[in-house]
Ligand binder design. Structure first.
Ligand code: ZN
Length: 356
């Protein structure tokens, strides 16, 4: 999208309206009007609790004079993207909204992007940093990593709704944020050893989000509105950091490669942010950084720090560690070009207490 750019031109897409607060779901219609839309909206939502939120969002849109079509999706598979795409093309809305957890947001974002329709993100959980980023993960694509879609033009995050979601999802979002600690180090490493572009501003923003979440672990764990706000703002900042960088680099390094590898090998993977958090403990050790700080912080936040807590057999952890560098060969990280041997992987997982 947008004009063709010269090689050294840097284009940054950011959200225009962001509303975070208690009960703001009732303002979805107003936000859409503020963004310049007035007649038609297409709303995507998930099967469970997000339907209640979607109902409220729909009511708000209708009150603001919108005709609203909607679709319920079960998971983040390509066939749901295709189905959404077909419906969007048919009803030709001015704006597409995704009301739900990470998967709903991802499908809505990709479908809207394919139809060249602006997208508004209405997250009902704080489970990962896709809520405000231009990237999305779709399950059965050839690539296990995220793909480029579009930055949401608006974000409406109702803290009342998010606070009611299972805490495990919030803790997972925290794992995703804390993992920026190693993502940023990998990015710097790629800059120093491969001459890759490195943006200090984007890197600092991602790192600051990790630090703020670590510092506020107690408030977050206490399941307070203040805690949810910290997490939402951090997730938002991580998404913005990736927009500013023009790549997922500030948000995704070797710990994300490990998580993607686990998704491939483990019969029952854990949540994205949970796996990234555990990955960050081990990758911080490889970076000779303060891996104990990562581990302690995750523990304080109530996020998993071991294979057992992830519900994944130690063998799959080792297998994923040896495969991680092959997930995305163009992304240079602390894993290097050759990756880890089985022995090195086992040692790393044991030293950091991820396996016994
Ligand atoms: Zn992530």
């Amino acid at each position: 999208m947008g004009p063709r750019l010269e090689k050294n031109t840097h284009s940054i897409q950011l959200p225009r309206e962001v509303l975070i607060g208690w009960g703001v779901l009732s303002k979805v219609g107003e936000v859409c009007r503020e963004l310049g839309f007035s007649s038609s909206a297409f709303l995507l939502t998930g099967p469970k609790t997000s339907r209640i939120a979607a109902g409220k969002a729909k009511g708000s849109l209708e009150k603001s004079g919108f005709r609203v079509k909607n679709l319920i999706i079960e998971s983040s598979e390509m066939r749901y993207v295709s189905e959404a795409e077909k419906m969007i093309k048919k009803s030709r809305p001015q704006v597409v909204l995704g009301v739900g957890g990470g998967k709903v947001i991802d499908v809505a974002k990709v479908a809207a992007s394919k139809c060249l329709v602006p997208f508004v993100s209405v997250p009902t959980t704080a489970s990962h940093d896709g809520i405000a980023s231009q990237r999305a993960s779709i399950r059965d694509l050839k690539t296990p990593t995220s793909i480029l879609a579009q930055t949401p033009i608006g974000v409406v995050a109702d803290t009342e709704v998010i606070l009611q979601s299972p805490y495990r999802l919030t803790a997972s979002g925290c794992g995703d944020i804390v993992s920026k600690y190693t993502a940023v180090r990998d990015w710097k490493l790629a800059h120093d050893s491969k001459g890759e572009y490195y943006g200090e501003y984007a890197a600092s923003l991602a790192l600051m989000s990790a630090k703020l979440v670590i510092r506020n672990a107690k408030v977050i764990r206490g399941r307070t509105e203040e805690g949810i706000r910290v997490v939402m703002e951090a997730l938002l900042s991580c998404g913005i950091a990736m927009s500013i960088a023009g790549s997922s680099r500030p948000g995704s390094g070797s710990e994300h490669l490990f998580s993607h590898a686990l998704d491939q090998v483990a019969p029952k993977p854990a949540l994205h942010g949970e796996q990234c958090g555990v990955g960050a403990i081990m990758m911080a050790h490889l970076h000779e950084a303060n891996w104990k700080l990562i581990k302690d912080s995750l523990r304080k936040l109530g996020a998993p720090t071991t294979a057992e807590e992830l519900g994944i057999e130690p063998d799959y952890i080792i297998e994923a560690l040896t495969r991680a560098h092959r997930i995305r060969p163009d992304r240079y990280t602390i894993l290097g070009e050759k990756g880890l041997t089985r022995d090195a992987a086992r040692r790393l997982a044991k030293t950091t207490g991820v396996i016994e």
